[in-house]
Write a protein that binds this ligand. Structure first.
Ligand code: ADP
Ligand code: MG
Length: 677
């Protein structure tokens, strides 16, 4: 192995690192970093003309400057602008501040004017020392979104020079730019430095043509890259996996204890048609929790296996059920989880590499640990929450040795509203299971303050006495896995004591796969009545006898996560209850989430509310990459621009491929890769 030594690099300053962290690397990135709001430093207000509550910039001479110790240590400065005086108060200050604010100095100060106990005052104004003829700002001053280690002044300078340096020439042919929109350079200059007396409302609500130009450009870039990806994929080849008559999938159907719903039959058909072709499938299978996606996945896998190709399932200990269906039919399965070590792991990998394993179930380890696939024909990716685009790209890279691409089926329980999916993801086909299997009883959801814990424990006792089973979910504590664990352990202890004679189990992420499996099988067999778990149970647990789900600190969970968890009950004919315990005070979004949970159990409605609460950018972005992809456009508001972009994109790609490429690069930079995955 050869060692490569990097040339000694100059250490980056903290603000430089902070810039990078915000993704502000290229000039264009800086130019596209838009202000949150603006401050008006273009004019001075005479104190006699100023009203209380108004944000003003005033200028005058300091007539008094004292440190006062009561009621709290503070610097008090009186400023006289010739028309009146105002008191400037500072609770934190440095010696150089005092120097600037010394008696006799001319000072320009800006802040909110208030009528105070000591007369009119401004608390913590921004200020600077000026001379008689220091000019006023000629444009509004931008205030940028920033981070703790990046001072606003530094960022402002960086953006200004990025904006000046960036290549902002028009890329798009003029005839393709909708009328009424300013050129990009003009739009950006305006948005960073609006002239005095600009109506800020049109900037704040993004209705100004300069904003519209950015929305249009961004959506066009998104559509172009989707279309480009679609065309690239169309050139790739995948193995054709036609369904055989009386094949494995039919044998599976025959042994299932239930008949498929109409919706399941329809989506299986859609998938079967896709994978029978030599073009790689790129399909999202969406359906509410409990709608029966697993069996659809199993049927797809059966078809692929029958055709002589390996199927891979990327998901955490998921799909035990699926394996439980296929293994008895003679399918050879390999599990590849992170906890698999040593000889067992080597053997599993060999079985995958030799093609002996027909179904490979694994975690990210499958990707990370350099597994070679003999013939990968179908990849089932459980997309919810944990499997990001980065992993998908990695899977792609790993397959470069294989001449044929695998078909991809992504599964999601938080449906994207269909119209949105269709127009936004030009490059994704969507199958939707919009019907639940028959015989489900609706889940009743109740929201309680944490003080009601005893009532809830009483309810558990009743359920257990009737032979039912109960889940108790403890929240993930973001900052600390250790705390997380302690919390779950304590709750477990507490419930054991409260329910003597009842078998209470504990399940958390630190346990090995074998330990988890042991606990799960006790619960599945019905011997264990109450299962205390961290969010690990989110992933595919299926115990129809469970009738009560308690979620502690429900306010800490996202809406789709709550919906997922709740879906673990109500799987049989028993009437089920979900109790959401919260600890106040609740934020507005927290309230909205719990309200949505109490009001509906429909996954599509939940997705719609989630969209409303979080905004589409975040909604889609987080799903796809962990980072919002749309910064300017808003999918709910800018449907019209989306449609225009959809219309223009094919023309642009056909007639001006270079322009299309340049536009994508300008807007998406390295993110373009992500959109393709
Ligand atoms: P999800 O879509 O959340 O993954 P599952 O695949 O886990 O849902 O299915 C939920 C439950 O419904 C499982 O117990 C499964 O066996 C059962 N199920 C699936 N399809 C049907 C059906 N057509 N009829 C009856 N039960 C079904
Ligand atoms: Mg599932």
């Amino acid at each position: 192995m050869s060692e490569v030594r990097a040339a000694p690099k100059k250490e980056k300053s903290a603000p430089q690192k902070a810039l990078e962290k915000l993704g502000l690397v290229r000039d264009i990135d800086l130019a596209l970093h838009l202000p949150l709001r603006y401050e008006d430093e273009t004019r001075l207000t005479r104190l006699t003309d100023a009203r209380d509550g108004e944000v003003v910039q005033v200028e005058g001479l300091v007539t008094r400057s004292d440190i006062v110790l009561r009621p709290r240590r503070q610097l008090q400065v009186t400023l006289d602008d010739g028309s009146d005086t105002v008191l400037l108060r500072f609770f934190s200050f440095y010696p150089n501040h005092q120097k600037t604010l010394a008696v006799g100095q001319r000072v320009r100060a800006r802040g909110e004017l208030r009528g105070g106990f000591l007369g009119r005052e401004i608390v913590h104004p921004s200020f600077k020392g000026v001379g008689e003829d220091t000019p006023l700002a000629t444009t509004l001053t931008p205030v940028y979104p920033t981070s703790a280690t990046l001072p606003q002044a530094y960022l402002r300078k960086a953006v200004a020079s990025g904006l000046a340096r960036a290549d902002l020439g028009e890329i798009l042919p003029a005839e393709l730019v909708p009328k009424g929109l300013p050129p990009l350079r003009e739009a950006l200059n305006f948005l960073h430095h609006p002239p005095p007396r600009t109506l800020l409302a049109a900037l704040e609500d993004h209705s100004h043509p300069a904003w519209q130009r950015l929305k249009f450009e961004e959506l066009l870039a998104q559509q172009l890259s989707q279309l480009q990806a679609q065309r690239e994929r169309a050139r790739l080849r995948a193995p054709a996996l036609p369904a055989r008559r009386e094949g494995l999938h039919e044998r599976l159907l025959a042994v299932l204890p239930f008949a498929l719903t109409g919706a399941q039959r329809r989506v299986v058909e859609e998938i079967a048609q896709d994978i029978a072709r030599e073009q790689p499938m790129h399909r999202l299978l969406q359906g509410d929790v409990g709608s029966g996606k697993t069996v659809v996945a199993a049927l797809a896998a059966a078809i692929a296996i029958d055709a002589g190709w390996t199927t891979e399932i990327l998901a955490e200990q998921h799909f035990r059920k699926l394996v439980g269906w296929l293994e008895p039919l003679g399918v050879r399965v390999a599990w590849l989880t992170g906890s698999l070590k040593g000889k067992a792991r080597r053997e599993a990998m060999e079985r995958v590499a030799s093609g002996e394993a027909q179904l490979v179930v694994g975690t990210h380890a499958v990707i990370q640990e350099q597994v070679e696939f003999a013939k990968l024909g179908l990849a089932l990716i459980d997309e919810q929450h944990r499997f990001g685009v980065a992993q998908r790209l990695e899977l792609r890279r790993k397959l470069q040795g294989q001449a044929l691409e695998p078909h991809l089926l992504m599964m999601s329980a938080t449906p994207i509203p269909r119209t949105l999916a269709m127009s936004y993801y030009a490059d994704l086909d969507v199958s939707t299971i919009d019907e639940l299997p028959p015989g489900r009883s609706p889940i009743v959801t109740k929201v309680f303050a944490d003080g009601k814990r005893d009532t809830v424990i009483e309810k558990i006792r009743t359920e257990v006495a009737q032979g039912r089973q109960v889940y108790w979910v403890c929240p993930l504590i973001e900052e600390s896995e250790a705390l997380d664990l302690r919390n779950a352990t304590e709750t477990h202890q507490q419930l054991c004591e409260a329910l003597p004679g009842t078998m209470v189990g504990l399940l958390h992420g630190r346990m090995s796969v074998a330990e988890k499996a042991a606990v799960m099988s006790l619960f599945a067999s019905g011997e264990m009545k109450l299962l205390v778990a961290t969010t690990v149970i989110e992933v595919g647990v299926d115990v129809p006898n469970a009738s009560l789900m308690v979620i502690e600190h429900a306010e800490r969970f996202g809406l789709s996560q709550l919906h997922q968890l709740r879906g673990r009950v109500g799987r049989g004919a028993v009437a089920s209850v979900c109790v959401l315990l919260y600890t106040g005070p609740l934020s507005d979004t927290g309230k909205a989430r719990l309200k949505a949970m109490a009001e509906t159990t429909d996954g599509f409605e939940i997705a719609r509310r989630d969209l409303e609460i979080r905004g589409p950018g975040e909604f889609m972005g987080a799903r796809q990459s962990g980072a919002p992809l749309l910064r300017f456009a808003d999918l709910a508001e800018d449907v019209e621009w989306l449609q225009i972009a959809r219309r223009i994109a094919p023309t642009l790609l056909d007639r001006h491929p270079d322009v299309a490429r340049a536009h994508i690069a300008r807007w998406l930079g390295t993110k373009a890769e992500y959109l393709k995955a």
